[in-house]
Design a protein around this ligand. Sequence first.
Ligand SMILES: *Cc1c(COP(=O)(O)O)cnc(C)c1O
Length: 233
Amino acid sequence: MTMIGDDLQQVRARIDQACAQAGRDPTAVRLLAVSKTFGPEAVREAHAAGQAAFGENYVQEGLDKIAALADLRAGLEWHCIGPLQSNKTRPVAEQFDWVHSIDRLKIAERLSAQRPAHLLPLQVCLQVNVDGGANKSGVPPEEALALARAVAALPQLQLRGLMAIPEPAPDFAAQRALCLRAHAVFEAIRAAGIALDTLSLGMSGDLEAAVSAGSTMVRVGTAIFGGRARKPA
Ligand SMILES: *Cc1c(COP(=O)(O)O)cnc(C)c1O
């Protein structure tokens, strides 16, 4: 087993364990491998170990990797999880499968208009700012329902759920409290009649807390690929 394969297995075991502890079905939580700053060979290795879904923060880096791994394209699912500017939406609409970081209608409208008709609708999540902390990206919770209604109406997008990046917290209880805020917004939107099935929540350091709070997709980089020299944008 390669090192990445080994680390993947350990992360999957952590997810299974967290699900068992929370009384949840382990198949209800997907693993998104965050490959930002790592090269295409690392993705190739993870794919060989059974991982299909990969997350990228930086649009150009993601596009370069998608191109370098064109031979595997049918077996890969590419998720854009970083902040998205309106002048970068076209290649994302054309090349990615998912976008997690929609925080305003204008970006969603551009992605819908630019999504090629021969592809499946782009699968999207709204990024919600649950703590108002240093992480300023994301729609405020009180505006999330209105944005969800508007995005759900766009033809070439399929609204799947919410994404949140809670501020780092010192322990499980504090992590879980922040994760529960995201879950509450998710449930409120569902209660309003909008069908969401994805809560993208949890990273290397807080995936157990996220799973206990109802995450359906954890985004894990460091615990799979190792430490990064560059800080996330
Ligand atoms: C980098 C990043 C991750 C992965 O973080 P790790 O702590 O390395 O697991 C998850 N989500 C987003 C949005 C990121 O930018």
